[in-house]
Structures are given as structure tokens and as C-alpha cells.
Write a protein that binds this ligand. Structure first.
Ligand code: GAL
Length: 382
């Protein structure tokens, strides 16, 4: 200690300023986070999913983003939804949201241009290259090219720039899914060969802009591949090959991403028409912050691909290992998902526990006060 200085004074000032920062952060949270302290989602907007119903975007027009996927930007916490856009210009649309219910149109991030068929886009983020990689079905109008296209962007909101289009390792390729594993490897799943006789799964190159030779046959005659992983088990949902018509889903499970996969039947419970609740699978979105937040994303094409096609988003449950269930809910929200890692007891913290703090938990902002925690969607942690 410097002679004559008072050890306590600077420390008190530091503690005080931190406290003020915390209080300011609390007010910022309460005022600027729509979910904040009220526990409700956007006050003036949607606060639930309504599968199959018209889904208006921020401007009142229907969300026009089909056959695609959702990702969450880790930095901003914003969700981005990509999909086939049938409006003008035709291409791949991007919508953004803070809560998964209310979506803002960010524009067409990859126009179709002169490409005959541009379908089922999927976008994942590569943390090493800091680029967003979009893969999609690239085809001629007669579906004879049967290729994958890949485009990259520095921003989630595009623009995406075409890098190439080809048949992965020579295989015909049409409907596709994507999956980023927790070991950093990413895979492209595609309905392969003539015509869609199997699903293949190819590991992407480290930059996600190309494919490797690690390309296996999952032995599933179907389309619409959507993959998730829970407790070390991989669950693959597929649709059948019935064009735009809905059909009965099948799911498969495996101990390794690339199989071998075992068929387990139809995951839908109470789906008396056996049509995946009138939809075809397109993606499973693992909602960050919810250990069991697996959301089935399906398309209700309504006759054919059109701006008016609807979405069937439903919660997926895993009642036992290797068992997947999808039930119908006319309306549901994120509180449907049960206890998760994000709900585990809060770690002890030093200092004045009576002050509210904003903290990061599993990459998610959380407000902690009086031994309770709230996530940005308003859910109580404990
Ligand atoms: C479906 C496929 C759609 C679209 C359609 C064209 O089987 O899932 O993405 O390609 O065929 O008929």
C-alpha cells in the first residue's frame, strides 16, 4: 500500500459504480426488453405459435419464408429465419425476431435470378471464418440438375454471394437439411440419387463452403431431412416423396451423426390423418437457453410452393431415449418446454445479493434478483 493512502476508499467507489451500472442495466432491461420484467412477450404483438394459421410479419403481410431454417445470432441474441420467398423478388428471404413469435422482414438476401429452382435453404454460422453459410437445392426447372448450391455472407442479413453449385461427390441432390454438431463439424443432409431413393449425409469442409469425401448413405428413402441431437443420440425426421403434398413422417435414431440409423416409425401422436399434421418436415431448431427446446419446423405447402403456404411449428418431446414425439397444439409458447439447464440453481455470487444484476448464463442474458432469475423471454429461472 502507498503510504498515506486509504485502502478502503477506492474500493468503495468501485463497488458503488458497479452497483449503479447494475441498476442502470436493470432499468434498461425493464424499458427496452419487451419481455423484461413483465413475464409477457412483446406487449403489442404475438406471444404464441399458431401452427397452420396465417402468420403476419411486422408489416402485416404473411411471413413468406418456406422450407428453410432458423438460427440465433450469439452476439445479438437475434433469431434469423431464412426460407423460400415467393414474393418479389423471388429468392431466399431473411426475417429477424427477438422472441420467435414476431418477425421483421429483412429482405431477400439471395435472389433467385436466373436459377430455375431454388429451394429449401439452410443457413449456419461458422465461428472460425465468421461467415454465414447458406446451402440450398439448386436445379433447372425440370429438376434434372439435382445439385446443391452454396452462398456465403459476412452478415446474417446478407447479401449472400454464390460460391458454386454441384452434385456432392457426384450424387444427385435435392431436399436438404443441415446440422452443426457440438464438436464443430457440420453436415449437409440431402435426398440423393434417382429419385430421392436415400438420404445421404456429407461432412462439410472446415469453412462450410464445400464438402468432404466423408459422405455416407443413411438408408432412408425420403425427403425433408431434419436432424437433432439430445443426450448423445441423433434423431432424424424425414418426410416421404409426395411432391408438395403432406405425408407421414418417419424418424430414425443413431449413436453417431452419420449412423447407422434405425427406423422408429411415425413421431406424430394423435395425427389421425397420418400427414404430419398436414405438413412436411424442413428443420429442427434447437432453441438456445432451453435444454429441451426442440422445435419441429414443417411446411404446409397448400397445393404447391406459394407465398400463402403455411408453417407447422410444434414442440418435440423425448419421453425416453430413442423416442421422439410430436403432438398437435393449436396454440403454444416457449413455456411448453420443461426444466432445462438454464433453470438449474443460480451459481452463488459475491457482493450484495440484494441488488439486481444482469449476467450471462450459457450465452444468454439473464436478470438475477433476490435469488430468482429471469430470461429475456420472461421465463422464471427459479
Ligand atoms: C417436394 C420437395 C419440395 C419441392 C417439390 C417439387 O418433394 O420436398 O421441396 O421440390 O417436391 O415438386
Amino acid at each position: 500500500m502507498i503510504p498515506g493512502s486509504r485502502a478502503g476508499a477506492p474500493r468503495r467507489r468501485a463497488t458503488l459504480s458497479k452497483a449503479w451500472l447494475r441498476v442502470a442495466a436493470l432499468f434498461a432491461w425493464a424499458f427496452f426488453s419487451p419481455a423484461g420484467l413483465s413475464g409477457t412477450a412483446f406487449a403489442a404483438g404475438l406471444s404464441a405459435f399458431a401452427p397452420g394459421a396465417a402468420w403476419p410479419a411486422d408489416d402485416g403481410s404473411p411471413v413468406d419464408s418456406h422450407g428453410g431454417n432458423i438460427l440465433r445470432d450469439a452476439q445479438s441474441g437475434t433469431y434469423y429465419w431464412y426460407g423460400e420467398h415467393y414474393g418479389t423478388p423471388r429468392g431466399i428471404a431473411c426475417y429477424s425476431s427477438g422472441d420467435l413469435y414476431n418477425w421483421k422482414f429483412e429482405g431477400v438476401v439471395f435472389p433467385r435470378g436466373s436459377i430455375g429452382v431454388l429451394e429449401r435453404p439452410k443457413v449456419i454460422y461458422n465461428a472460425a471464418t465468421r461467415k454465414y453459410a447458406m446451402w440450398f437445392h439448386y436445379d433447372s426447372t425440370g429438376y434434372k440438375l439435382a445439385q446443391m448450391g452454396v452462398a456465403l455472407s459476412d452478415s446474417a442479413k446478407g447479401p449472400f454471394v454464390l460460391q458454386g453449385h454441384f452434385r456432392p461427390n457426384g450424387h444427385q441432390s435435392r431436399d436438404l437439411g443441415m446440422f452443426a454438431d457440438d464438436d464443430g463439424k457440420a453436415y449437409l443432409l440431402y435426398a440423393a440419387d434417382s429419385v430421392n431413393v436415400t438420404i445421404r449425409m456429407v461432412e462439410l469442409s472446415a469453412d462450410y463452403a464445400g464438402v468432404t469425401a466423408n459422405d455416407v448413405d443413411l438408408k432412408a428413402h425420403c425427403e425433408g431431412p431434419a436432424l437433432m441431437k439430445r443426450d448423445g443420440i441423433y434423431y432424424l425426421i424425414t418426410s416421404q416423396c409426395t411432391g408438395w403434398d403432406p405425408n407421414r413422417a418417419t424418424y430414425y435414431t443413431a449413436a453417431n451423426a452419420q449412423g447407422p440409423y434405425t427406423g422408429r416409425g411415425d413421431p406424430c401422436v394423435g395425427d389421425t390423418a397420418h400427414t404430419t399434421f398436414d405438413s412436411q418436415s424442413c428443420y429442427i431448431f434447437k432453441i438456445p437457453g432451453y435444454a429441451d427446446g426442440y422445435m419441429f419446423m414443417g411446411d404446409r405447402w397448400n397445393g404447391s410452393g406459394s407465398a400463402n403456404s403455411r408453417y407447422v411449428f410444434l414442440p418435440i418431446s423425448v419421453p425416453a431415449a430413442n423416442t421422439l414425439q410430436i403432438r398437435w397444439y393449436a396454440s403454444w409458447d416457449l413455456k411448453t418446454f420443461g426444466p432445462s439447464a438454464a433453470h438449474a440453481p443460480l451459481p452463488p455470487r459475491a457482493g450484495n445479493a440484494g441488488l439486481p444484476v444482469l449476467m450471462l448464463r450459457g450465452g444468454d442474458a439473464m436478470l438475477e434478483y433476490g435469488g430468482h432469475g429471469w430470461r429475456p423471454d420472461g421465463a422464471l429461472v427459479r
